[in-house]
Design a binder for this molecule. Sequence first.
Ligand code: GLN
Length: 385
Amino acid sequence: MPAYPSQIKSKLPKTGTSIFSVMSALAEEHKAINLSQGFPDFLCDEKLISLVEYYMRKGLNQYAPMPGILSLREAIAAKAENLYGAKYNPEKEITITSGGTEAIYAAITSVIEADDEVIIFEPAYDCYAPAVELNGARAIYVELTTPSYEINWNDVKKLITQRTKMIIINTPHNPTGMVMSAQDMKQLQKLTQNTDIIILSDEVYEHIIFDGADHQSVMRYPKLAERSFVIFSFGKTYHNTGWKMGYCLAPEELMREMRKAHQFIVFSTNTPFQYAFADMMKDPSHYLNLRKFYEEKRNLFLKLIADSKFKAKPASGSYFQMLGYKGISNEKDTDFAVRLTKEIGVASIPSSAFYHHAVDRKMLRFCFAKSDETLERAAERLRSV
Ligand code: GLN
């Protein structure tokens, strides 16, 4: 149906359908093994499913309080203190959201104004820049170094201006698997001290970190925490990305603003799931064992493709592994990813999708949050390339 206003001025003229939807649809169409969009292909804990059912049958199916049920916020406050030594008031400084993405959008839209500048590291997860642009602000990009994907803090320093309102960090990092070090956090602290810069710290892969590294949450650094929205995802930690459950911690003044946006984006989020997660969080063993669980998957995937022509620098965190294909083809990464899906039967994400200028480094991102059997079948196909 043609729209009556014949001229609609797009607020996101350069944005198309997210690459994750595009590649998952292509995988489906060609019956390929889907290592593109990041989600587990195995079930979450039976106990969690029973708890959700229990609370649904108990009749807890109406709106939760706008910031989330208090017992879940209290469980999150206790976890933040135990793991990162940070004290957050569950009444005023923690909000349960409809996934990490909603938390990110609500945080950004609540504080970012027209003509503000927001520093984003590239390659970057795809939801940051559109949220900035929808608010009339500008994304200022800093490229991570290649091939090691580190932050060059001198580059960041040069780009900070009077207009810099926010810096977005993401550790462990999607798509590269990079993790920020204590040194990085100190540099960030040095750069932001005596400024009004707000930090948005996307830490949804906090428990998926390898080789004995410690997750450097901004919450470990009081001088960073006092200016930060810190964002987490139940979906990543409990293997149920489709439940769209996440949360955000921030000092009261920031959280007050964020909640103003949250209450008119979704108002509140799924009630029975909140009760179920509050119960699950009483036992930290699930999330404390997650690093081992995913490190084994990373190692298995790397071992299985060791004899292939793909080149890997092992991911230090997240459930993504970047693979270089220079030894195989000169094709554009988008073309190669499509061909790999159609002809070989393995879907991945071309890394250019994570750069605003579509920088093509001949790399693809593979999600290894899959059963060992799926990884074995996919690796067999990748070895045939
Ligand atoms: N976080 C997931 C990924 O990076 C995708 C989420 C989505 O599809 N929006 O693959």
